[in-house]
Design a protein around this ligand. Sequence first.
Ligand code: AMP
Length: 392
Amino acid sequence: MKKTIKDIDVAGKRVLLRVDFNVPLDENGIITDDTRIKLELPTIKYLLQQGAKVIVCSHLGRPNGERNSKYSLMPVAKYLVNELLGRVFFVSDCIGDEVEAKVNLLKPGEVLLLENLRFYKEEENNDPIFAQKLAKLADVYVDDAFGTSHRKHASVFGVAKLLPNAVGFLMGKEINGIKSVIENPERPLVAILGGAKVSDKITLLNHLVDKCNTLLIGGGMAYTFLKAKGVEVANSLVDDSKIEVAKQILEKAEQNNVKIVLPVDYLCATEFSPNARAKKFSGNIPAGYQGLDIGPKTIKIFKKEIASANSLIWNGPLGVFEFKNFCKGTMVIAKCVLKFKGKAVVGGGDSVSAIHKVGNTNKIYHVSSGGGASLKLMAGEVLPGVDVIEDL
Ligand code: AMP
């Protein structure tokens, strides 16, 4: 168990809070999706109520270590002032004399938002001097940036080593939400895995074959498994270098008594295009075609497996859900996950956006806010930004 902000005394202290305010902005600098800011408010409000001086830092976009007004956090500061918190100050740097001066003026119950950390290349290089300059600003470090916790960056890793530390509410919720379903699920645990490539998800596949009872595989990655089993997949997406890995995973599943369910039918097309005409095939796929979505029989089988579960994990779309002719599999499964009564965890950018499209996700046990970080946590990997935080 990691220390949380409830386990430390922050009253009157300077708290450096690392958040993920990497929000999308339009060409006029208007925030087009404020989800990440809203998720952070409980932690900020709690720290303010406790009388902390809150110094908030984040990255935004990929400015590649150079100052670039396009990636300024100023719009986020305005958003915080106007919409939510009132006493918010902004400083156009994240280290140095001007920042230190503004921190010294900060009173308990006030917020200072620093400028984009990634205006310094030292941030992503986990530079120890940059980490020291950040640490100098505060008495305590709080990490609530789950979306960057898999990165060994100065504001995530280096600085945590230099200050007493804890995780914020969002980090705590992400860690507990994902771990409780993978490590200690009410069985049967069914995992639904999709997405483009096997190569991106080998660790996750291997981990899930040790943890779950049933594994439903869809999306582009299914065709590597189907090919490994001798099915003709024609022009479908296949990681030829991962056929052996797929065979090993299938064998491991058999040894572990884990049921792997692959698609039995598919919606295919002769071209990878949003306007391609969908044609349905079962079993082998004829030459010239590629599978772009799971077919109706597969949807029925997957729905039945989901209905038999008491816990659920979903990561990755079941087809090319960006194309209207090939989104059905993903959307039907998203609706099933939405209605699921047990504990369900949804991770990965595409699955999360699909589930938001089909309805209100409030009743889902955990919808993760971190793409890469949730994939790694689900795969049982160590996240440097979590590992570095003190244990209770
Ligand atoms: P990932 O980032 O690995 O979760 O992959 C997500 C991407 O996989 C999405 O952009 C989907 O369009 C793509 N995808 C899903 N199914 C297929 C498929 N059958 N063929 C090609 N791409 C797919």
